[in-house]
Ligand binder design. Sequence first.
Ligand code: PLP
Length: 446
Amino acid sequence: MKPLPNSIEARDVAYHLHSYTDARKHEEAGPLIMERGEGIHVYDNNGKRYIEGMAGLWSVALGFGEKRLADAAMRQMEKLPYYHTFTHKGHGPSAELAEKLVSMAPVPMSKAYFTNSGSEANDTAIKLIWYRSNALDQPQRKKIISRVKGYHGVTLAAASLTGLPNNHRSFDLPMDGVLHTTCPHYRTMKKDGESEADFASRCAADLEEMIVREGPETIAAFFAEPVMGAGGVIVPPQGYWEAVQPVLKKHGILFVADEVICGFGRTGRMFGTETFNLEPDIMTLSKQLSSSYMPISALLVNENVYGPVADESARIGVWGHGYTGSGHPVAAAVALENLKIIEERDLVAHVQAISPRFMERLNQLGAHGLAVEARGIGLIGAVEFAHESLPNAGALGGRINKAMQERGLISRNMGDALAFCPPLIILEKQVDEMFDLAEAAVADVA
Ligand code: PLP
């Protein structure tokens, strides 16, 4: 429907280029304008209520309208709305948040570094890794391996890490030196007759083969999400991480765990690193770090990374990197309050308590005649659909997504997989409401 003249929708169409949108289609269809939010719900500018089944972009852990976060922002705005962290300067919130994150890390970490988005965190990780290789007099060790269907963001380097065609096509990406290894999705990637355990071993063997082919001395790091998010919520098969990590260790390759979605409770532990017994050298964090009330992201680096980087900065005289917004005091204050609430309310235990119902309902939806797979862990999941009359990738998923929106549920289709990643505060009866709407929407389309 064409927006009414002068409406917010019409002004949006006239002036706003949207992220992840077909711009021409947007000119026709116009936007859905959200106006306010409360708990797990958001309301559009016609007053229609939706369950935010994606927590925004996998990120609003505390739900909408958490007053303590607004108050924390206001207090910091009034006291010191901005200061930077360049050239030995700093402020309370960034120092406190760095201390908090290092103390929360499930594996020994030395320092936190602050950025503004998940993409910047991953870009910065690459720069730290390259800088470290030079510091160690291994200038040839610069290649990075990530995975097909991995998602690490959209800046030039992060988009290169991302293993999805839409982030490369017409952008002249990926950059040289970024390689993509096998996606650990058992259902679609297994060979005939291959068991899940054999598939997990093969993923590790594929990785090692790539490392050996390229020359182990040229590979600096491996980037991976503990559970793939935007690639379709892909929970790795049993034994995957147990097989992959020794390969990295054997060849002296750094491991970067991209915890941008998994971090802060999503998988039922505070970090995906704990859920899967990972031993990363770097963790990248964002999204639920501040429940996305403010843009902020962080890297945690261990001594193996920090030590050489610090030495190199002393040799050159500067670690020549930093963002105006690195460790922004208002964002840091909001993140600190957010983490305090996550701990006070023991949201990790809450996720553990709610997850069985979430998984039960996810699997029920996955038993629908049009569904081919349900997959999930903690409070993140997806159901993939297929129908021979809609063979184009995403056509069925798009229809179901639209039907869900009409019924008052925000999901997201990644191709034909519909994702569910609600705010961590969701209650059991709200999980039921969410999946009741999803089932009704699928019935509308089927
Ligand atoms: N890494 C992961 C795992 C993500 O899911 C995302 C965003 O969805 C990013 C990185 C990029 O974060 P941002 O969109 O804040 O740049």
